[in-house]
Design a protein around this ligand. Structure first.
Ligand code: GLY
Length: 584
């Protein structure tokens, strides 16, 4: 809402003053350092993209499990571009690409078998990183504050250090023991990150230097300058594949996001090379198709004193089976393979798929075919500025701390994203998901992802911003948080609405077709539900880590912000003072 005050001094003042009303901004960030940096940027007049750039670089310092310079990701945006009257949705793909000398069978031995961990550990596991170019291009298109100013918090934290969180120390100890027997290559992870002590200050002077160069020269430093040289040197010394041509040729892609209607809202999410938006669209739309049947089954179960959470978990698993079968068969980088996006999201197809769901018993996994003719780490953040612009950003190194290789002289970890390609048809990757021809390795191609940075629009305004890490469970986590917060069936179940925090903290479960009939669950699952699911024929696996959701939800005109209690995130809503703008 704007109030216009006209200058009274006639000929002396020919401009109009407009006072923009105070507005709420909100953030949900995976740690307190990035939350602080984002709040500062928003308070100093930066928009959601400025805040995302500052937060993204801070996380590369304080959240080395997944925050990164050496990885890649996706950003879903709702922004008002200069010279455009209204905000609209955009999608930025800064996913890593396969190096020019990569080949389809590069992770197979002479007998055609997958070489264990070759696509996960060591220099050969890295794709060409996209993060620095992604943040650079987002800033060029939408940024208001200076690039240098936005990098300063990250530079300070790398130079002066930050206090190590207990979870970070724990993750680094876990990674050191996990990676120890996975490769013959001498990794340098321990040298850089082997001594993280909870509660102690941790400084990264090499990384500070790299960030200073990027602040000075932009993405050019990383892709063509001194940092590019350091990456290539490190790759040469370790038989890695990335060369200077790969770096100089790296490009981000502005893509059309996946859009679909659900429950009166428009959902905006990640298109290929992510499977996230399509899978989320299939789940939410099948959920709506099957809801009347599900509510009937719920009534019967209630009357018969059966476990309602077990019923819901089974219902979700039945839909998820079909979604992950399609993912394995059809999805890959749409610049290289034809992905039947429209067919996979068409209502006729989803009606047919929904009709296969059996609410009473488990469908046979072998019979679920494609339907047309961790502690896995990644990190997500959600930001809304006081003008209503929003950024939903998920980026990753793949495994926690990526491939275990730090670029010497650069001080940053490299990704092991090559494992997200299908190294051999039908052989599962680290997340247990398989793929085939659509996701095989080709130079320059982007590997299939599950990252699902998502926005929900209510008319012309953002209603929710959501995303999470968690590998293949990203899709089902985003699905459950949206159903928890935006579906009336849940409201009824709860005798009221879930707050953003309740929607995030609630029990989550996950099924992905294979392993057969296995449900991963959070510790909140009750013993009674566990028994009911086992009696149905499911095998249960406790999984403490089904994501670290960062969620913003608007109820009427008030934002709610929630960071998953399972992570070390920080969420906040604050009101910015009214802005005074002058207009001619
Ligand atoms: N590396 C995890 C994903 O992209 O889904």
């Amino acid at each position: 809402m704007r109030f216009y005050l006209y200058a009274l001094l006639g000929g002396l003042l020919s401009f109009q003053l407009s006072i923009v009303h105070a507005g709420q901004a909100a953030l949900a960030m995976p740690d307190s350092y990035s939350a602080e940096a984002v709040e500062k940027v928003l308070r100093s007049g930066g928009n959601a993209v400025d805040a995302a750039v500052a937060g993204g670089f801070v996380l590369a310092v304080t959240y080395p499990e997944a925050g990164n310079l050496g990885g890649g990701g996706f950003m879903t945006l709702f922004m008002q571009e200069q010279n455009r009257s209204a905000a609209q949705a955009y999608f930025l793909d800064y996913r890593e690409t396969a190096p020019g000398s990569a080949s389809r069978d590069m992770y197979l031995d002479g007998k055609g078998e997958v070489i264990p961990f070759a696509s996960l550990v060591g220099a050969k596991a890295s794709g060409v990183p996209g993060t620095v170019m992604g943040l650079w291009q987002a800033h060029r298109r939408f940024g208001k504050l200076s690039w240098k100013q936005l990098l300063q918090p990250a530079i300070d934290l790398a130079q002066n250090g930050f206090i190590v969180d207990p979870a970070l120390q724990e993750h680094s100890l876990w990674y050191q023991s996990w990676v120890a027997d996975k490769s013959d290559e001498e990794l340098n992870f321990d040298h850089y990150f082997g001594n993280l002590q909870s509660g102690e200050r941790f400084r990264q002077p090499e990384l500070a230097q790299t960030l200073r160069r990027i602040a000075e020269s932009g993405a050019d430093d990383f892709y063509r300058g001194r940092t590019a040289e350091l990456i290539v040197q490190s790759m040469r010394a370790r038989n890695g594949l990335i060369d200077s041509k790969d770096l100089a040729g790296y490009q981000v892609k502005w893509r059309q996001p996946i859009r679909f209607d659900w429950n009166g809202y428009q959902v905006i999410s990640a298109p290929p090379p992510s499977s996230g938006g399509i899978a989320l669209g299939q789940l939410l739309q099948m959920y709506s198709i099957l809801k009347p049947q599900y509510l009937k089954a719920q009534e019967t179960a209630r009357r018969n004193l059966q476990d309602l959470v077990a019923l819901k978990t089974h219902f979700f698993a039945e839909m998820e089976k079909r979604v992950y079968a399609d993912r394995a068969e059809y999805l890959g980088d749409s610049d290289f393979v034809a992905v039947p996006v429209k067919s996979l999201l068409s209502s006729a197809y989803l009606q047919k798929r929904a009709a296969e769901v059996n609410l009473q018993k488990i469908s046979d996994s072998e019979a679920v075919k494609p339907g047309l003719a961790e502690s896995p780490e990644t990190t997500h953040f959600s930001i809304v500025d006081s003008d209503g612009n929003a950024v939903s950003n998920t980026y990753t190194l793949n495994m926690p701390f990526g491939n275990g290789v730090v670029i010497e002289g650069g001080g940053f970890l490299m990704n092991d994203e090559m494992d997200d390609f299908s190294t051999k048809p039908g052989v599962a990757n680290v997340f247990g998901v398989t793929g085939g021809h659509a996701n095989e390795i080709v130079p320059g191609k982007r590997m299939l992802s599950s990252m699902s940075p998502t926005l929900v629009l209510d008319g012309e305004r953002v209603k929710a911003v959501v995303g999470t890490p968690g590998g293949s469970s990203i899709i089902t986590s985003v699905f459950q948080v949206l159903v928890n917060s935006l579906d009336s069936a849940v409201t009824k179940e709860m005798d009221g609405e879930m707050s953003a925090q309740q929607a995030v903290d609630a029990l989550r479960v996950h099924h992905q077709l294979w392993p057969k009939d296995r449900i991963d669950y959070h510790p909140e699952l009750s013993p009674q539900t566990e028994a009911a699911l086992k009696a149905k024929g499911y095998k249960l696996r406790l999984n403490n880590y089904l994501g670290d959701v960062q969620f913003l939800l608007r109820k009427d005109d008030e934002w709610q912000a929630a960071s998953d209690y399972r992570g070390r995130g920080q969420a906040k809503v604050f009101t910015l003072p009214a802005k005074v703008q002058t207009e001619n």
